[in-house]
Design a protein around this ligand. Sequence first.
Ligand SMILES: *Cc1c(COP(=O)(O)O)cnc(C)c1O
Length: 362
Amino acid sequence: MQITINPNPNPVADAERVARVAQPGFGKYFTDNMFIAEWNEEKGWHDARLTAYAPLTLDPATMVFHYGQEIFEGMKAYRQPDGAISLFRPDANAVRFARSAARIALPELPVKDFVAAVEALVKADAGWVPNNPGESLYIRPFMIASEVGLGVRPSSRATFLIIATPAAAYFNAAKPVSVWISNEYVRASKGGTGEAKCGGNYAASLLAQRAAAKEGCDQVVWLDAVERKWIEEMGGMNLFFVKGKGKDARIVTPSLTGTLLPGITRDSLLTVADDLGYKVEEVMISVEDWRSGAASGEISETFACGTAAVITGIGEAKSANGNWQIGDGQPGPITLALRERLLGIQHGSQVDTHGWMSKVIS
Ligand SMILES: *Cc1c(COP(=O)(O)O)cnc(C)c1O
């Protein structure tokens, strides 16, 4: 893929950019540039360009507006102690993006093209990468069906874009979240799109998120669609449970049954937990296991993980069948140790023993 580099001739003034990066919020300010490439059946991927961030002009009959053929990724660029900028496992995002594309009948973008596109944007917008620990540049690659017409069929045209936004910590690490276990709604079922990172999964989740808020909870926990028994995910994050305490603790996460989104943070934490000497297990965990384990103290900690928020402790669970607290309701020691280790690797204060960091700018 040939990329034309045509950066924004009118970037945000230095002082204003510095002020925005200092108070980034999440998804509030966008960088000066974006990446865009087109695909059609005749030409394949073409017209790849790095260009000024700007609104899109799309025909109202563009397919994505009607049938929701859209996928996305979420990844981050991190400032290193020596000023360099690195990505965390960008190939893993590229591979997952290609899998999501295949499931939604969108064209696959080769891994090397995906990574080159992300790097082009990070290079152009390096001044938007925050310097503070825990902060980063959040990168949002996405692809939409861009054929115009209302016939229901896989689009013969697609548009791939990348935008980026400086990001502070997503949740306050010290403050654990409360969760509502949804019996009414499901996120994904076997044969559906649960494994694909597509906007449609999120559209289907929002009403449950609202129901959780009504119950006074921060987030929704999803159960399997068939038995409404097995724990799958929390909102847009994967879940982990700590069984036992101290050196003998086991770190347990729901197995990837085909309905869970295979998180890159989840995968990385299985490795990090093993590095720290904990036994790790991917198993089916029922709501009843969680409730009784939390009550007996066998489950000492529960946390959620994902790129945006990294690791967030869960202090309390509520459901139609009762409420329970996990541990003392505060983030546990193993949750915090895993968080510190993963953030340390990403921000370059701990040794990257697995070769996960990929330098974009020295
Ligand atoms: C993106 C996402 C995750 C987390 O994946 P990471 O690669 O760790 O960011 C988990 N669940 C859902 C539903 C997601 O969309």
